[in-house]
Design a protein around this ligand. Structure first.
Ligand code: CA
Length: 225
């Protein structure tokens, strides 16, 4: 997943970044509320970890602005124990969950997973489609003929496809989510990774197909049950 961390305490943001990267997430960190709002409004994040006491604009105001502007990205609020009232207010205005500092890393990861869970497709830590399963912990895909581990980029591509099956995902969205803003992802780079994923799907006997839509992007074709 691509996660935005809005946290001004340098040490805490570094710990968060290391933890999330260790779990194969892609992380952007900003240290004030104004940047937090700007970054969040790009809509490329799967989740936002938002501190309350921030320079520029506090977390509650950032969250309020995001929801007012139609941004529905799941938000996990981080609060100090003394900010209990803010926490309650945060939940009222559209935070998905909160965590009190100091927190245990396992709990943070569990809450992130919980707020990003999507509909019925999400069974535990797995995404299912057709005869194929993507394991979010091991980054393996499984089919009738076996299982294979995906690389970080292959995993992100597969995760995007499975989370938006039968929809056309523009190449630009792959570029933003998988390669990040700062990288000029060459479009043929995306094609190369798509071809890697296709080969792995074929190797495990998957009945999913990644269709290319000329000059637009890709969609995942799932056989009807
Ligand atoms: Ca703070």
């Amino acid at each position: 997943m691509k996660i935005l961390v809005v946290e001004d305490e340098r040490q805490l943001s570094e710990v968060l970044t290391a933890l999330l990267k260790q779990h194969m997430h892609d992380v952007d960190v900003v240290r004030n509320g104004l940047d937090g709002e700007d970054y969040a409004m790009t809509g490329v994040y799967d989740a936002i970890i938002l501190d309350i006491m921030l320079p520029g604009k506090n977390g509650i105001d950032v969250l309020c602005a995001l929801r007012r502007r139609g941004n529905a990205t799941p938000v996990l609020i981080l609060t100090a124990k003394s900010e209990i009232e803010d926490k309650i207010k945060g939940l009222d205005i559209g935070a998905d969950d909160y965590l009190t500092k100091p927190f245990v890393s396992g709990e943070l990861l569990a809450r992130l997973r919980a707020i990003t869970r999507r509909g019925n497709e999400f069974i535990g830590d797995e995404l299912h489609a057709g005869n194929t399963v993507l394991d979010k912990n091991t980054h393996e895909i499984r089919g009738e003929k076996g299982a294979l581990k995906l690389s970080a980029k292959e995993y992100q591509i597969m995760d995007m496809l499975l989370s938006n099956s039968r929809q056309i995902i523009p190449k630009e969205r792959f570029a933003e989510k998988v390669w990040g803003f700062d990288n000029d992802a060459e479009y043929n780079n995306i094609e190369v990774y798509i071809s890697f994923v296709r080969k792995k799907l074929a190797a495990i006997g998957s009945d999913l197909q990644i269709k290319a839509v000329r000059n637009v992007g890709y969609s995942l074709e799932v056989p009807e049950c």
